[in-house]
Design a protein around this ligand. Structure first.
Ligand code: PMP
Length: 359
């Protein structure tokens, strides 16, 4: 006999919640969770294996709790004059965001974002007992500085999460929105740049705004552009005092010696790890053009995925693609589906399968 959730003394504020649940299915073409579907290059893989085989003899000891070498490597990778005392890292940017919520959220506090946005924000906020509140976007999921600032002023949140570019819509966010939101709140402002490397290379990152803004943090991940989703490595840049706040809530030794070694080795080959980004952007743009030609309404995207509208019955289309071995995502926005750009072959397989259904 097994119990159900309702039988357990669960926290009242967690009752009725559903866990993060992108379906995991072993289909030949998996374009559902915005992974980088290109495997990491062989020589980088060898470098990572060598690094892990060196440290594995020392795993009887706890790892460097301060992951000093890794923080230095991230500071170097990010540039913008950042130093290692401005860097934090954790097991995926999900955990980085969770640390922020634990330090600055919690019961009685409000976390705010502009929907539709990344589905984990609400779960992470509510996981710490904070309230999750959602503001509105304008046409085509865009956000203006005036509108964002006015909504934040009204809501008075403790943490604002700005996803740049936004998941699940792919929408760019201009830096004047970040500046206006920062000025409209006394709380924390987080710019989640998980997909930043897929944005046009001449665009300024929110990292350029960190100077003089101690309540601002910019988070990144190795999961997407670095093709490192399975290794679980995310990081952020902020004022050193902000980093100290995160030290209060992290578990001791939260980044394993294996994770630190793997991430460091991968960062040593950053150029090679990122080599596929431009190719993925080519596939994304091809997907955009073909979706349009097929009569769908793709949203402009600075990420490695596209949300497309004009889908009469998203669940039926999702299932029909599934039946052809192509896994994409129904994120629950009426009339839309979301698909990641894959390799050239995977992208073709998706577009052909979709075309075979008729628009
Ligand atoms: N932020 C955004 C906007 C995302 O889409 C994702 C993953 N889908 C994450 C953060 C978390 O990624 P990870 O934990 O793998 O770094």
């Amino acid at each position: 006999m097994t119990a159900s959730l309702g039988d357990l003394p669960l926290r009242d504020d967690l009752r009725g919640m559903t866990p993060y649940g992108a379906p995991q299915a072993p289909l030949p073409v998996a374009l559902n969770v915005n992974e980088n579907t290109h495997p990491i290059p062989d020589d980088v893989a060898s470098g990572i294996i060598d690094a892990i085989s060196l440290i594995i003899r020392d795993v009887n000891r706890y790892p460097d709790r301060e992951f000093t070498a890794l923080r230095e490597a991230f500071a170097k990778y990010l540039g913008h004059g950042l130093s290692s005392d401005q860097i934090w890292a954790a097991n995926g940017s999900n955990e980085v965001l969770q640390h922020i919520m634990q330090a600055f959220g919690g019961p009685g506090r409000t976390v705010y974002g502009f929907g539709p946005t990344y589905s984990m924000y609400g779960l992470l906020a509510r996981g710490t007992g904070a309230t999750w509140a959602v503001g509105e976007r304008g046409a085509n999921y865009t956000l203006t500085a005036e509108s964002a600032a006015a909504q934040v002023r009204e809501a008075e949140p403790d943490i604002v999460l700005l996803c740049s570019p936004n998941n699940p819509t792919g929408t760019p966010l201009s830096l004047d929105v970040v500046e206006a939101v920062y000025d409209a709140t006394d709380g924390i402002v987080v710019v989640d740049e998980a997909y930043w490397e897929f944005a046009p290379h001449d665009q300024p990152s929110a990292l350029t705004l960190l100077e003089g803004r101690p309540r601002l943090a910019v988070s990144r991940t190795m999961s997407k552009a670095f093709a490192f989703a399975g290794a679980r490595v995310g990081y952020l840049a902020a004022d050193p005092a902000f980093i100290d706040a995160l030290r209060l809530v992290r578990l001791p030794y939260h980044l394993s010696a294996i994770t630190q070694a793997a991430a460091l080795a991968a960062l040593e080959h950053a150029d090679e790890m990122l080599a596929m980004v431009d190719e993925i952007v080519v596939q994304r743009d091809r997907m955009f053009a073909t979706l349009e030609a097929l009569g769908y309404e793709p949203s402009p995207s600075w990420t490695n995925f596209i949300l497309f509208g004009g889908v009469d019955d998203p669940e039926a289309t999702w299932q029909a693609l599934y039946d052809q071995g192509v896994l994409i995502r129904n994120v629950g926005i009426p009339g839309t589906l979301r698909v990641s750009a894959g390799t050239e072959e995977e992208t073709t397989a998706f577009l052909d399968a979709l075309a075979s259904l008729g628009a």
